[in-house]
Design a protein around this ligand. Structure first.
Ligand SMILES: C[S@@+](CC[C@H](N)C(=O)[O-])C[C@H]1O[C@@H](n2cnc3c(N)ncnc32)[C@H](O)[C@@H]1O
Ligand code: SF4
Length: 391
């Protein structure tokens, strides 16, 4: 008989709550919310010890029903973009009217509330975040939280505007930037982004590196498209001292399913191919996101894998996503959402209802997504485009 166990609650002085269900019998109890756990703690620890071990409990914390602490907020600041990547957008996208977008002040307000509630990492994304008008003002203002609740302010960009904004970003305290780049071939770049120019992006990357920003390249693995550039891309990143992360293409947006199925390249296969040339060692590096890393022993290159399909990364999910229209998605691959734009507009001077709504939303965070390409069909697809939710 399986013996029921309480979840193991590990308290660390400067860390967040970690909990594990010991076995199947423990799973149900593991679904206790942090609210319940915080009521139990005084029973198992003296008040003094409790304050020593877990000082941040003095601040209100966020944890989901599976006791995963929510410490990472991704914010899509616009659904617009100067590219039209084929796996992300259709060519004739319809964008939200401006009045539906959160203003920069509203974005600041809600991000600030999340930081008060325990979010330590903010990633600004989109659409293309650097095409949002006035976005540098937002970076400058929100950077006041760095070192005071916020550990990292960062962004994901297609790189087209980096040459222009790298200096501002550095001044706002940004130190690491993810740049999406799927090919080093001019023509293929135009094909996959429809509207992009490779030269402009490479120039942006160079300027950002000269400014001191650390760049990580994100590459969507696309069968029949960049398979033959696997080593070219990896070597290029190694030569420029940049990490590279490969991403499995996800079934998002109403992009024709057979096209997506055809371009799906499982990272298990990509990794096997890398291993024909490199000795790959798993490394425990965690950057707060879903990537898992290896080191290529021959050149020391770090290579990340984001594998929502072949290896579901949900168990350690610490993230939620806010769209530019103020919707909070608790999971990239599920439809449930909470709406904040009208709520914030109804309570311009009172944050309590917003805080309550954030807590309520986090209590609904699901265990994980249902993406599945097995049996030659696309399952678990979500109709939103990645540019809407923020990748
Ligand atoms: C939606 S974009 C937004 C930020 C910026 N425009 C960029 O391209 O980096 C964020 C990331 O999502 C990735 N992405 C978009 N659609 C995807 C999909 N269907 N599957 C996997 N990744 C996707 C992009 O490659 C990019 O790395
Ligand atoms: S992946 Fe990024 S750059 Fe490409 S269309 Fe989507 S939002 Fe734009």
């Amino acid at each position: 008989m399986v013996k029921a166990q309480w979840p193991r609650i590990v308290m660390r002085r400067h860390d967040n709550l970690d909990a594990e269900a010991g076995d199947r019998g423990g799973r149900k109890r593991c679904q206790l919310s942090l609210h319940h756990a915080s009521h139990l703690l005084p029973i198992i620890a003296s008040k003094r010890q409790y304050a020593y071990n877990w000082p941040m409990l003095e601040k209100p914390r966020l944890a989901d029903p599976f006791l995963r602490p929510i410490t990472y907020l991704r914010v899509s600041v616009t659904d617009r973009c100067d590219f039209r990547c084929t796996y992300c957008m259709s060519e004739n996208m319809e964008f939200l009217p401006k009045r539906d977008l959160l203003s920069l002040e509203e974005l600041d307000r809600i991000c600030t509330l999340f930081i008060r509630l325990g979010v330590r990492k903010l990633r600004i994304t989109g659409g293309e975040p650097l095409v949002r008008r006035g976005i540098m003002e937002f970076f400058t203002r929100i950077s006041r939280h760095l070192g005071d609740g916020l550990d990292e302010l960062t962004l994901t960009t297609n790189g087209s505007q980096l040459a222009r904004f790298a200096g501002h970003l550095w001044e706002a305290g940004v130190r690491r930037v993810n740049v999406s780049l799927d090919t080093l071939d001019d023509e293929k770049f135009s094909e996959i982004t429809r509207w992009g120019r490779l030269k402009q992006v490479l120039n942006g990357i160079e300027t950002a590196r000269d400014t001191g920003l650390r760049i990580k390249i994100n590459t969507v693995a696309l069968k029949g498209f960049n398979e033959n550039e696997l080593f070219l891309l990896t070597d290029w990143c190694a030569d420029h001292d940049m990490d590279i992360t490969f991403i499995e293409v996800m079934p998002m947006g109403n992009i024709e399913s057979q096209q997506r199925l055809g371009s799906y390249w499982p990272l298990s296969d990509l990794r096997r191919r890398l291993a024909t040339r490199f000795t790959l060692t798993d490394i425990p590096l965690r950057t707060g996101g879903p990537a898992r890393y290896v080191r290529a022993e021959e050149n020391g290159q770090r290579i990340g894998f984001i594998t929502p399909l072949t290896h579901n990364f949900c168990e350690s999910c610490n993230r939620v996503r806010l769209t530019c229209a103020g919707e909070l998605f608790m999971c990239l691959g599920q439809d449930d959402k909470a709406e904040f734009r009208d709520l914030m507009r109804s309570y311009p001077n009172d944050d309590d209802p917003i805080i309550e709504a954030i807590r309520d939303a986090i209590r609904r965070k699901p265990r994980g997504h249902d993406f599945d390409y097995s049996r030659r069909r696309v399952a678990g697809r979500v109709p939103r485009h990645m540019s809407h939710t923020g990748g």
